[in-house]
Write a protein that binds this ligand. Structure first.
Ligand code: BJW
Ligand code: ZN
Length: 253
C-alpha cells in the first residue's frame, strides 16, 4: 500500500491523536455494522422496534433477547488487526485518545485503555428504573438464537427491569464521556476516523470539531467518502489492512 509522503509526515509528527471508531472497525471480527446495505443490522432489523426506550417499554423481552444475541456474538469473536493497530499506535505517539461509538469490548481486548464509549456498552446492563448496574455472568448461559425473546433480569436493588447499557435513539449520551471526546477533538493535531458512516449525532461532531480546530482528519473506510476540507484525507480500504500498513509506512520505513 502506498501512502502520500505528506500524510505520513503528519502521522509521524502528530503529538495529540484522536481515533474515532465505528462499527466498520469490528466488521472484520465478524460483527455486523448498522448501515451496510446487505450485511448491516438495520437492513434486517427495525431500529425503532429495537433501539429506542419506547421499544424497550413496549416489548422488553424482544429487545433484551436481541441484545443478548449480539452480546453472545461479541463474546465469541476476537479483535482484528485494525483494533490491534490502534492499540499499537497509542504506544508510538505522545498522546492518543480513543473515542468509539462501538458497544463491543474489542478495543479493550486488543489492549487499548481509557476508551471513551460514546454509545455505552453491551457488557454493562443496568436497571431501567434506578440505574444499578447488573452483575453479568461472563457469558450468557445459552446462546440466544437471533430474535429469541428473553425476559430481562430484575434489579437486585429495586426489582425493576434490567436494560442494555447502550445509548438508544433519542437518549442523551453520557455527558462526561461526550465532553472528554469533544475536548480531545478540539486539542488534537491528527484525527483518524475509522469505519464509521458519520451520520449519527452528536457523535459525528467529533471529527467535525477536530477539522474546525485545524487538525488533519483521515477517514479510513471501505467505501468512498465525500471529503470537505483541504486537511481531510481518505484511505479507502478495510481498517484491518489500511491501519497496520499506515503504521508500518509511518514508523518503520
Ligand atoms: C468499514 C469496514 C471495514 C465497513 N473497514 N470501514 C441532528 C440531526 C439529525 C438527527 C439528530 C441530530 N442530533 C440527534 C439526532 C437524532 C439521532 C441521530 O443522530 N439520528 C441520525 C441517524 C439522523 N441521535 C440520537 O438520537 C442520539 N441522542 C441524542 O442526540 O440525544 C439528544 C436528543 C434527545 C431527544 C431527541 C433528540 C435528540 C443517540 C444516538 C444513539 C445511537 N445508537 C446506536 C445504537 C447503539 C446501541 C446498539 O448497538 O444497538 O449506535 S445507532 C448505531 O449507529 C450505533 C452506532 O454507534 C451508530 C453509528 O454507526 P457507525 O458505527 O457509524 O456504523 P455504520 O454501520 O453506520 O457505518 C459503518 C461504516 O464502516 C460504513 O461507512 C462502512 O462503509 C464502513 N466499513 N466495513 C473500514 N472493514
Ligand atoms: Zn433498580
Amino acid at each position: 500500500m502506498v501512502f502520500d509522503q505528506k500524510l505520513l509526515g503528519r502521522v509521524r509528527d502528530a503529538r495529540q491523536v484522536v481515533v474515532f471508531s465505528g462499527a466498520g472497525v469490528s466488521a472484520e471480527s465478524g460483527i455486523a455494522t448498522f448501515r451496510d446495505a446487505l450485511s448491516g443490522l438495520w437492513s434486517r432489523f427495525d431500529p425503532m422496534r429495537l433501539a429506542t426506550p419506547e421499544a424497550f417499554a413496549a416489548d422488553p423481552e424482544l429487545v433484551w433477547g436481541w441484545y443478548e444475541w449480539r452480546r453472545m456474538q461479541v463474546l465469541s469473536t476476537q479483535p482484528n488487526p485494525g483494533h490491534l493497530a490502534i492499540a499499537a499506535l497509542a504506544k508510538r505517539v505522545p498522546k492518543l485518545t480513543l473515542v468509539t461509538q462501538n458497544v463491543d469490548d474489542l478495543h479493550e481486548r486488543a489492549g487499548s485503555t481509557g476508551v471513551l464509549h460514546l454509545h455505552g456498552s453491551l457488557h454493562q446492563p443496568r436497571c431501567s428504573r434506578c440505574a444499578t448496574p447488573l452483575r453479568l455472568p461472563p457469558e450468557p448461559p445459552v446462546e440466544p438464537a437471533e430474535g429469541r425473546r428473553i425476559a430481562p433480569p430484575r434489579c437486585e436493588h429495586c426489582g425493576g427491569e434490567v436494560r442494555p447499557g447502550v445509548v438508544w435513539f433519542g437518549e442523551s449520551l453520557p455527558v462526561d464521556v461526550l465532553e472528554a471526546a469533544f475536548a480531545a477533538a478540539a486539542e488534537c493535531d491528527l484525527l483518524l476516523s475509522v469505519g464509521t458512516s458519520g451520520v449519527v449525532y452528536p457523535a459525528a461532531q467529533v471529527p467535525e470539531i477536530a477539522l474546525g480546530a485545524g487538525a488533519t482528519v483521515v477517514h479510513v473506510n471501505s467505501e468512498p467518502q465525500a471529503l470537505g476540507g483541504q486537511n481531510e484525507w481518505l484511505l479507502a480500504g478495510a481498517a484491518g489492512k489500511v491501519l497496520p500498513a499506515l503504521l508500518q509506512a509511518a514508523f518503520d520505513e
